[in-house]
Write a protein that binds this ligand. Structure first.
Ligand SMILES: [Fe+2]
Length: 330
């Protein structure tokens, strides 16, 4: 199987990112892990795809113990994605980890598309807009994307390794590093409506049994800061966040990946930060930028500081954790 390490170009420098290239398919055999598996929808046999899967163990290892970034270039080797690739992507994701709910409806796959909501609309989450997002982490161990349709322009994925950021801050501003290792208030997410707490407290940088973890979503910290029900940030905390953001802007630290149709990208959420640039869509609805996203709990995940228990449900290594609590079935 042609799997190899290559280099993804960044601005001015090169970063090692694991990329998997697949051969063109030649037969009608469907297989994940080298053969047909129970549990795959039977209609995959009509899709005329030879799908040679890579080692799940090696992918899990790469995400947890090495770069934290896995870019897989169009493994389906096709130009037009059939609607059943939703189920195929979910099946692949289940091979890698355990998908967790991304909203109160319990959806395991989220459609990332600009839905044109007004900025003050509570539904106007980053995934449903075309605006540039700031560097952040999500609410899971691993984030996975499948690109169904790239934008007309823009929409580049930018990734940085959070421990590199942490080391720079420790070297240049040890005083602010110490602050970033202490708890910050985060406002409850709009989508997290079943959570009764108005806010939670979490550190940006933390360790547990020598395992590093970074968790950062400034939009929720800023919302807490503006909410009279939540603790306010100190001047030093604001300075620490501004400095963190400024380090993230250093282009030489950023790995930039433009996903094309059929590409997949998996990121360790505890060791990388990510964002997306602004994008412009085509006018035709069927050509608008469209990614599928999964949030995964990983069997080989790292243990977390106990302060994450409230927001993630569990902190033990390999635990099912994160996601958004779904409404109980009616
Ligand atoms: Fe995100």
């Amino acid at each position: 199987m042609p799997s190899h390490k290559t280099k993804a170009e960044t601005t001015g420098l090169f970063f090692s990112v694991s990329i998997i290239l697949f051969p063109a398919f030649t037969s009608t055999h469907i297989g994940i892990g080298g053969g047909n598996r129970p549990g795959l929808p039977s209609d995959y046999s009509t899709m005329n795809i030879e799908f040679k899967w890579f080692s799940v163990e090696s992918l899990q290892n790469e995400l947890e113990h090495h770069s934290g970034i896995k870019y897989i270039r169009n493994p389906f080797q096709i130009k037009d994605l059939h609607k059943d690739f939703r189920r195929l992507f979910l099946q692949i994701s289940k091979e890698i980890g355990s998908p967790v709910s991304q909203n109160t409806q319990g959806d395991l796959l989220l459609d990332i598309q600009d839905r044109g909501f007004a900025p003050n609309d509570l539904r106007a989450r980053g995934p449903y807009s075309n605006r540039k997002l700031s560097f952040h982490t999500d609410r899971c161990d691993v984030i996975g994307f499948l690109c169904l349709q790239p934008a007309k322009s823009g929409g580049e994925n930018q990734i940085i390794k959070s421990q590199e950021i942490e080391k720079i801050i420790l070297k240049e501003r040890k005083d602010l590093h110490q602050i970033l290792c202490s708890p910050f208030p985060l406002k409850r997410h709009n989508m997290d409506s079943l959570n009764p707490s108005p806010y939670c407290l979490q550190p940006i940088f933390s360790w547990k049994n020598q395992f590093f973890a970074c968790s950062y979503l400034r939009v929720l910290i800023d919302r807490a800061n503006q909410d009279p029900e939540c603790p306010s940030l100190t001047e030093h905390q604001e300075e620490a966040l501004d400095f963190l953001d400024s380090v993230c802007e250093r282009a030489e630290l950023q790995t930039k990946i433009s996903l094309n149709k059929g590409d997949m990208l998996f990121l360790n959420n505890w060791t990388t930060l990510h964002r997306r640039t602004e994008f412009i869509d085509y006018n035709e609805p069927q050509k608008k930028r469209h990614l599928l996203r999964v949030w995964l709990s990983m069997p080989n995940s790292r243990p977390l500081n106990s302060m994450f228990k409230e927001n993630f449900g569990a902190v033990e290594s390999g635990a099912i954790r994160g996601g958004i609590q779904a409404n109980p079935p009616a």
